[in-house]
Design a protein around this ligand. Sequence first.
Ligand SMILES: *Cc1c(COP(=O)(O)O)cnc(C)c1O
Length: 470
Amino acid sequence: MIYTDTRDSSVKVNFRTAVLNGMNAATGGLYIPVEFPKLDKSFTDRNTDPSFRDVAFEMAKPYVKDEIPDNDLEAIISDCYPFTSQVVPIDPTTYVLELFHGPTCAFKDFGARFMARTMSYFNRGEKDNLHILVATSGDTGSAVGSAFHNVPGIDVTILYPDGKISPLQEKQLSTFTGNVRALKVKGTFDDCQALVKKAFVDKDLREKFRLSSANSINISRLLPQAFYYMYSSIVVKNRIPRDSQIKDPAIIAVCPSGNFGNLTSGLIAKEMGAPITGFVAATNANRTVPDWIATGEYNARPSIATLSNAMDVGAPSNYERIKALYTLEEVRSMFASYWTDDQGTIEGIKKCHEKTGYIIDPHGAVAWKAWNDIRGGEMEKLVKGEKGDYSKPGLTANIPAWADKVVSKEAAAIILETAHPAKFGATVVNAIGREPSMPERLEKVMSLPDNAIPMEKDYDSFKSWLVANL
Ligand SMILES: *Cc1c(COP(=O)(O)O)cnc(C)c1O
C-alpha cells in the first residue's frame, strides 16, 4: 500500500516509513493510504459472526501488503489481541460496543498494541534501541506504556504532570518496570509536551539516539481501530432481525470523540464495506467539530476541562484527515453531530442506568445521550424544519442522509463505550449513587509500587536525564 500526505498528494511512502515517522515532518501533514480496499462481499454480507482476529487479519492485509508477510501479520495480530471487543445489547435497537477489555481498560489499547508490534517488527535488525517519548494527560500514556512493555528493541519514556491526573491513572502510568519508565514532571501537561517537542528537534540528542513518538496521529493506531467497527457492524446486522425485526435497518455508529481518531477509523471501516449507514459525532463542551459541521467554519480553540476528560480536545488532530477525505457536504450527509455539557453527561449515565440497567462511563454516556435524544424526537424535529441553536447542547442543524430511518424507527445504534466505568468511579457514583465494579487488572495496579522518577520542568534537567539514562 502507498501512503500519501493530507497536505501534499505527491508524497508517496510505504507503511514502514509512515509508521516509523508518525507524521510527515517536511509538510506537517498526516499520512493516509491512497485507497481503502473493499473487503469481499462474501465477508461483509456473511450471516454468521466472524471472529475478531479474522476481521483484523483481513482488514490489515492490504495496508501492509509486500511489507509484512501473512504469517508474520497473523502472529502480530494474535499477540495484539488476546482480548476482543464485545457487543452488548442494552435495548432492542441499541448495542454497546465495549472497547475496554484490553489491559488498560480503554479503547486506546486496540491502536497502541498494533502500533507497538508493527514498530517493533520494522525495527528488527537495528542495533540501537528505538526510544519512544510520550507526553500524556492520562489514558494515552498507559495504553502506550502497556503496549510497548517488554517489546524488544524499543523503550518508552512517559512524561506526565505531577499531581494533575487521577490516582488510578497515575498508578497505571507509574508502575511499569523494565523498558517503560515514567517521569512525573513538576508542571502541567503543556510543560510535558513542550519537553518532548524540544527533544525531538534537538540535533545533539538526535545524533546520539534514535527517537520516535507514539502519537495518536500515527496511521498504525488508526487502522486497527477500524477492525472493531467492521466486526461489530456485522454482528449487529446479524442480530437485528432477532432483536427488533427491522427489515432493512440503518446501522448508526455513535462515537464519543476528542481527537476524532476513533471516528476516522469508523470511516475507514465504512469505506472497506462495513454495514454502517452513518455516524453520530458526539462531543462534550469541546465542540470544535460540531461547530464546524454547523457553520462550515473550523476554529480550533483551547480545550475546556470536562467529566469526559479524554475528549477534552480543542484542536482535534484528525480533523485534517476527515477534511482531506471528504467535502463538508459529504460529512453533513454521513454524520449527525451532537454535543453535550457536564450536566448532560451525568444525566446520560443516570438515564442509561435507569432505562437499561447498564452502567456506562462518562465518555460512552455522551454517545448514549446523543442517541437517546436523536431517536427520542430530536431528529424528527430537525426533519420537520425545527432547527436548534448549535451553541446550545444538542444536535446541529444538518440533516444526515439516514435521518428518515430514525424517524420511522428503522435504525439501530452501536454506542462505542471507550473506557471501563471503574476508571471514572467518582463521576459514576455521583450520577447513580453506586460504584461500578472494579476489574481485577485495575485493582491489581493499585497495589503495585510506584516507580515514577521526579523531574523538573526545565529542558536542561530533562535532557541530562535522557543522556544519562537512554
Ligand atoms: C481518547 C479517548 C476518547 C477520544 O477518542 P479520539 O480518538 O481522540 O476521538 C474517548 N474516550 C476515551 C475513554 C478515550 O481514552
